[in-house]
Each structure stands twice: as C-alpha cells, then as structure tokens.
Ligand binder design. Structure first.
Ligand code: AMP
Ligand code: MG
Length: 316
C-alpha cells in the first residue's frame, strides 16, 4: 500500500534533482521558507502560475510574491531605487517583501502579478529554498501553501492536509517565524501593506521617515488586506478576559491560568514566540473540535501589530 505521507519528501541530493525537474517542467511544489510554507512554481511560466491559482482557489487579481536568489537576478525583472537598496541591505535575505516596479521587458508573467505594473519580490533566507533558487534559472512565484483565505501552513503536514496527495511538499521542519512576510510598498507613497516580523519601527529607523500601515479596504492592492483572511474556519472573538470551558482560549502572558482549553501564545510574553505559535494553535484548536475561539488582548506593539492584524482578519 502507498504510504499516504509519501508526498512529504526529505531534502536530499536525490530529491533535489526531482524537485528541480518538477519546477522546470512547470510543476508546483510545497517548499519551506523561514516565514510559512509556500506553494512554488516558475514565475516565468503561465502554466505553473495557473496551477498555483487553481490549486489554491485564489482570485486571479491577487498577485503572488516572486522569490529571487539574489539582487542581480531580480534586477533583470524589476526597477530598484536607492530606498530599496537601503532596506534590502538591512533586511534581506529575510522575511520582507518589497512592492516594486516591473521592467517592461520583465519575464515575470503578468498573471503572477494580477496584471499590475508592480510586483512583490522577496529574497527568502531559509537554506532549502536558497539552495533551490540558486540552482534554478527562474525565480519562484510562491504564495502560502494553503487554500485561499485559510490559515498558512507552518509544517509539512499542514501542507499535506491542505492539498492531500495533489502536491508534494519538501520537509523543512517547523517554520522559524510562523507568520507571513512584512509587505512594504515602495511604489509611490511608501507604506506597509502587511505587517510582519520586521516591524514598522525597524523600517522607519532605516528610512528615517514615519510609515503608514494601510488597513484601508479601498486600496485593494494586497490580498493580505482582504477583510477575511488567515481564517481557521470557526468563529473567533477578540480582546476577551475570560472564556467558557467549552471554547478554546488563546492567551498571552503568565497571568492567564493553565487550563485544558487554554492555548498560551507565550507565557514569557515574547511576541516572536507568539507569532510562531499562532497558526499552529489555529490548526490544533480546529482539530480538537472546538466550535469557537476566544482570544485575550495581545499588545499592539512591534510584532504584536502583525499578530493583531492576523487575528482581526481571522475573526471576520
Ligand atoms: P501570500 O502569497 O498569501 O503570502 O500573499 C501575498 C502578499 O503579497 C499579498 O498581501 C499581496 O497583495 C502582496 N503582493 C504581491 N504582489 C503585490 C503587488 N504587486 N502589489 C501589492 N501587493 C502585492
Ligand atoms: Mg497567503
């Protein structure tokens, strides 16, 4: 009998050739990054990009992030300026996506960018994805490896549960960060389109200007801005002090008692730890059959801004 988990594959030299072949032949595959697991395909191939949209059931107008190995490769497709260079030097490779202008002769397929003149680019840090990107002659379009509007996967089994045996996924263990990249718009007025582990303050310190975080629905530039997103699929209620025993209670900090239904994001009140636990808790709460989730107040500073952003959208 076929092992049902045989679609979760180890990253070794034999599989490396297999993975490269899948991608070269316009196939798609689940890959680890330092943020969450992505669903990767050749950004220069319409066939691959179509597959990504189809499998994820993602709206066509929602652009994908294109992942590069390094700057010189990205420069073939996009226009980069001084401000970009400053931030890039500080934060890349890493968990940050830059919205920049596409070159006229860019090879990135318009479908990958929702037909916009701009594109989101990222230089991920995770060793597995970097090894692959180095070997490939094209960048990878890669949204999170989950069905649209759902919870991003943070381990190979999460990806398997999203797509079953439709998609192979490379085992890179548990995602280090656990929430999606910060998305920084560098076209026109600089602003944050999606908060992440790299905080507004950190970027402001480099750019020496105050940054807006766009939460406005009218600027539907980013699907991260869609009201409902990151949803565990059961009702969620925020800023709760207490929770009935029959519901799951997501808490933060040591003042909350340890109970059977409590899921403490970080007893030490560490926001990075909380980010890493967030989606893991969403999935395990759902699996344990809870019908509702209550969430305590989470500080809205630093990484807390990103956590609250996800909680707000998940609770819509
Ligand atoms: P996901 O692929 O699910 O991590 O989401 C991709 C994120 O990158 C979304 O918030 C997108 O809107 C954002 N993004 C990618 N390309 C662009 C673009 N050209 N303009 C604005 N946002 C973009
Ligand atoms: Mg996503």
């Amino acid at each position: 009998m076929k092992n049902i988990y045989s679609n979760i594959i180890k990253f070794n030299s034999k599989n490396l050739i297999k993975i490269i072949n899948i991608l070269k032949k316009d196939g798609i595959i689940g890959l680890p990054t330092e943020t969450v697991y992505g669903l990767a395909g050749n950004a220069y191939s319409n066939i691959a990009i179509k597959k990504i949209f189809k499998v994820k059931k993602r709206l066509k107008k929602n652009p994908l992030i294109v992942h590069y190995y390094n700057l010189s490769r990205a420069k073939k497709d996009v226009l980069l300026d001084v401000k970009f260079n400053k931030i890039y030097k500080k934060f890349s490779p890493g968990p940050i996506t830059y919205i920049v202008k596409k070159k006229n002769n860019s090879k990135i397929k318009p479908l990958a960018c929702g037909n916009l003149k701009t594109v989101g680019i990222r230089f991920p840090k995770n060793k597995i994805i970097r090894t692959l990107l180095k070997k490939l002659e094209f960048p990878l379009a890669m949204p999170s490896a989950n069905k649209s509007s759902g919870v991003s996967p943070v381990k190979p089994l999460d990806v398997f549960e999203e797509f079953n045996n439709k998609i192979k996924v490379v085992d890179g263990g548990i995602s280090k960060i656990g929430i999606e990249s910060t998305v920084l718009n560098l076209v026109g007025k600089i602003c944050i389109l999606r908060p992440g582990i790299i905080t507004p303050k950190q970027i402001e310190n480099v750019l020496k200007t105050k940054l807006k975080i766009l939460t406005n629905q009218t600027i539907l530039k980013s699907p991260g801005l869609l009201k409902k997103h990151y949803s565990p699929g059961i009702p969620m209620y925020l800023n709760k002090k207490k929770c009935p025993d029959k519901y799951a209670f997501i808490t933060f900090g040591k003042k909350y008692p340890v109970t059977r239904n409590s899921f403490n994001l970080s007893r030490k009140s560490n926001l990075n730890e909380a980010a890493k636990n967030l989606y893991k808790f969403f999935r395990s709460i759902k699996k344990r059959g809870y019908k509702k989730i209550y969430v305590s107040k989470i500080p809205n500073t630093g990484v807390g801004i990103a956590i609250n952003d996800r909680l707000k959208r998940a609770s819509k």
